[in-house]
Design a protein around this ligand. Structure first.
Ligand code: LLP
Length: 417
């Protein structure tokens, strides 16, 4: 459920007409619904009410400060993957004791920054990283909380680009080698071995791969206990999918029930790193039709938003629903919605039946709150879109539209030219 619904023929974001936002802020624009963010957070949090847990929002999905602040206000922490993300989270007021740091390539300065900030733990993804964190923590005279990100070799049955828990993936430490690495870590002077972590993939539409993973990790946890290694945290990563079109992923409550049943007897504090599930359907992107063009074989709706604004269709062939902001079009057409970028891969919808959009019409691309703005770029020297948050009848710009001056900030023409 989300709060982007029609009132009559007008699409609204909560109590605000989307066309009013477009008129004031321009297009392309991302619009986030505060009520939807809150609802999704509470659904996930409530699903684990029976057990000690923390929701560490995976901020790579949408790292806007206003989104972060919304979740922190509800008691959430974050899953970060870079020093840049930590900076954002700190600025938005995160409790550092609710920060977990994942990622295969943590740099020295990032590790140092995280240690100095007092984060809860590092999800360690390689044997060498263990040594590195131990070394840096020692240098700083502190102890680093760590979990090993265990690669359980479970197929999440999702898109290959977002499958992360198979043996062939670059992520984590293979489950068979994990016990030995835990023992090694336990012997390191500057590490506090406090957790176990996994993340098997994204946009999962079944509970079973999560359950299979938990079962595998439970065997490892038992082995750790036998070796005298007692953990506090069990981080199950993120990955619960959402409905873009006709997918029917489990509700957070179902996911919560299954995971709670599997983990209750462990006596561990659970951590979750949901990204898409919290923000995906809490955001839309709105563009305007520049031209409607009948090609030789196809119809094209050319809009002012492009693959640099919303990369998912080009990158993964992803589906985003397309809706008229004002339903005043006559009839429907089958068309591609494309942007101004000079690549054939620049499309937002392909061979889709849609309202017969005309020049000037506003078009909403649904389910764009996750990995939308966060993956946008300046390709073709296009300033990045504005972002707006709506709460009830109020809305505010939470990131200004970039200006052309922003595009060349930091660039220099060298003295020898
Ligand atoms: N934890 C870790 C360690 C992750 O790598 C990810 C996502 C998450 C949590 C959150 O997963 P989620 O709950 O959002 O499924 N750009 C792709 C998705 C990439 C996901 C990367 N990792 C897309 O647009 O579909």
């Amino acid at each position: 459920m989300h709060h982007f619904q029609y009132k009559g023929d007008e699409l609204y974001a909560e109590e605000v007409a989307v066309k009013d936002i477009a008129a004031q802020v321009g297009t392309p624009v991302y619009i986030y619904s505060h009520a939807t963010l809150e609802r999704h957070y509470r659904a996930m949090d409530g699903a684990f009410a029976a057990v000690p847990h923390t929701i560490c929002y995976s901020m790579k999905a949408n790292s806007n400060l206003a989104v972060l602040k919304t979740f922190f206000g509800l008691g959430g922490g974050v899953d970060i993957v870079s020093g840049g993300e930590l900076h954002r989270a700190m600025v938005a007021g995160v409790d550092p004791a609710k920060v977990v740091y994942s990622g295969v390539g943590k740099k020295d300065d990032e590790i140092e920054y995280a240690l100095k900030s007092g984060i809860l733990m590092f999800n360690v993804e390689s044997e060498e990283e263990l040594d590195r964190i131990d070394l840096i923590a020692g240098r700083l005279g502190t102890k680093a909380g760590i979990a090993i990100r265990v690669n359980p070799d479970v197929d999440p049955e999702t898109h290959p680009y977002i499958t992360t828990g198979l043996k062939k993936a670059k992520f984590g430490i293979n489950i068979e080698r994990s016990l030995e690495q835990y023992k090694r870590a336990a012997g390191m002077a500057n590490l506090d071995v406090i957790g176990i972590d996994c993340h098997i993939g994204s946009q999962l539409t079944k509970v079973s791969p999560f359950v299979d993973t938990v079962r595998k990790l439970k065997r490892l946890i038992a082995g750790l206990r036998e070796s005298g290694i007692h953990l506090k945290y069990f981080d199950l990563g993120g990955g619960l999918g959402i409905t873009y079109s006709d997918e029917a992923p489990p509700l957070p409550a179902e996911y919560g029930e299954a995971i709670t049943a599997e983990t209750r007897d462990l006596g561990l504090h659970l951590l979750f790193e949901p990204g898409r599930n919290l923000v995906g359907n809490a955001g839309i992107m709105v563009g305007r039709c520049l031209y409607a063009k009948q090609g030789e074989e196809k119809n094209f709706v050319i809009v002012d938003a492009a693959m640099n604004d919303l990369a998912r269709p080009s990158l993964y062939g992803s589906y985003h629903g397309v809706q008229a902001v004002c339903r005043d079009q006559q009839g429907t057409i089958v068309a591609d919605i494309v942007g101004p970028i000079c690549e054939s891969g620049d499309f937002l919808a392909k061979d889709r039946e849609m309202p017969a959009f005309r020049q000037g019409d506003l078009i909403a691309f649904m389910s764009a709150g996750a990995y939308g703005f966060a993956m946008s770029s300046n390709y073709n020297s296009r300033p990045r879109a504005a972002e707006v948050m709506v709460k009830g009848a109020a809305f505010e710009v939470v990131r200004e539209r970039e200006k052309v001056e922003d595009l060349i900030r930091g660039e220099r023409i060298p003295s020898f030219l």
